[in-house]
Design a protein around this ligand. Structure first.
Ligand SMILES: Nc1ncnc2c1ncn2[C@@H]1O[C@H](COP(=O)(O)OP(=O)(O)OP(=O)(O)O)[C@@H](O)[C@H]1O
Ligand SMILES: Nc1ccn([C@@H]2O[C@H](COP(=O)(O)O)[C@@H](O)[C@H]2O)c(=O)n1
Ligand SMILES: [Mg+2]
Length: 215
């Protein structure tokens, strides 16, 4: 991205909906494999991966005034207020220079969902939902070894509860709109990606058709 003026111009165009951006929400329980597969999608389909959790962790590291609040929320498995997370997502979208985004781990609750649509005007193309049992997710999280403050059994149990009570209703909302593409995330990593490829290849050919029709 170039000068601050160019960045500001892009901000208004994106957020006012003048420039079309494609957004896929990537949802699923903690440890279901969202981050792992987003890296594969980026490599093959040119999306920019924005993990809400990663953005919040980076905000803590940056020494931001919200750092302590965010750190406490993550330790407890609680959901950070939307205004904080949406601001981080908006900035990352605008700084990326791309027009295709995987938004991973967001929206996490109804407040996230409604506020994002209201503030950005962006409606997701679809929701990629990673379906996996708690038993398998727990095994993966306890073996992740990335030094995350929330990868301990006490916080994992809290995250599962928040997922069922607050995040699954968001998935159900998009399901009622016919926007959910469900993946069996319990399979081995390469097999999960084979299933994902079918979805993203058909999205790519849909975009190509639109380009041909409109030109
Ligand atoms: N299909 C899979 N089979 C086995 N292990 C997997 C699979 N997918 C991911 N993993 C492993 O499970 C752990 C969690 O994966 P990942 O970080 O991608 O999950 P996540 O959904 O992003 O979790 P979180 O919501 O906590 O960020 C990692 O150690 C990863 O290597
Ligand atoms: N929309 C979100 C996303 C995440 N959080 C907080 O970060 C934690 C870790 O998220 P991961 O996606 O990396 O697992 C999560 O448990 C929340 O505390 C959030 O508040 N809002
Ligand atoms: Mg992740």
């Amino acid at each position: 991205m170039g000068s601050a003026t160019e960045a500001t111009k892009d901000i208004s165009e994106n957020l006012l909906g003048h420039k079309k951006v494609t957004v896929v929400f990537v949802l699923g329980g903690p440890g279901s494999g969202k981050g792992t597969q987003c890296a594969n999608i980026v490599e093959h389909y040119g999306f920019t991966h924005l993990s809400a959790g990663d953005l919040l962790r980076a905000e803590i590291k940056s020494g931001s005034e919200n750092g302590t609040m965010i750190q406490n929320m993550i330790k407890e498995g609680k959901i950070v207020p939307s205004e904080v997370t949406i601001k981080l997502l908006q900035t990352a979208i605008l700084e990326s220079g791309n027009d295709k985004f995987l938004i991973d781990g967001f929206p996490r609750n109804e407040e996230n969902r409604a506020a994002f649509e209201r503030v950005t005007g962006i409606v997701p193309e679809f929701v990629l939902f990673f379906d996996c049992s708690e038993e398998e997710m727990e095994r993966r999280l306890l073996g992740r070894n990335q030094g995350r403050v929330d990868d301990n059994i006490e916080t994992i149990k809290k995250r599962f509860k928040v997922f069922v009570e607050s995040s699954l209703p968001v998935v159900e909302h998009y399901e009622s709109l016919g926007k959910v593409k469900r993946i069996d995330a319990a399979k081995p990593i390469p097999e999960v990606f084979e299933d994902i490829k079918v979805i993203f290849s058909s999205l790519a050919s849909k975009v190509m058709k639109l380009v041909i029709i409109s030109s």
